[in-house]
Every structure is written in structure tokens, then in C-alpha cells.
Design a protein around this ligand. Sequence first.
Ligand SMILES: [Zn+2]
Length: 72
Amino acid sequence: MAERSDRGIIHPITQVLARLSRPEQLRVLNTHPLFTGKCPCCGTSVPLSKFPPISWDCHQCGWLDEQASIAS
Ligand SMILES: [Zn+2]
């Protein structure tokens, strides 16, 4: 559900982050593969070019991007 604004396309995770408290924002920033480049569950590296636009899941361990699913 990417939206266009003055700043371009907004990833859904940024909308989720905007609703979280500061500590929760930091937790997401430190764990989400969109920011870390690797799966928070098994640590598999994820090339940024392979991220789909809305959500992400790990094909190694089955981890799902719960943050993005909450936003949709
Ligand atoms: Zn994984």
C-alpha cells in the first residue's frame, strides 16, 4: 500500500513506526530487515534489492513481517 507524497513513496513500515512509542520504534529499527538487512529470527542476510514493496518474509525460517501486516 505504498502512497505518494511530497517526499515520494512511503513504505508501510514508516506508517507503523509513526504510531509506535519511542522505545518500540527503536526496537523495530534494530530488528527489522528493512533497516538491518538481515532476518531478525535466523540472521539470514537479505539484499535490499530483494525487498518487496509492502511486506517481507524469510524463506529460510518462515519469519513474517508482522509490522507491515498490522499496517494493512
Ligand atoms: Zn529467517
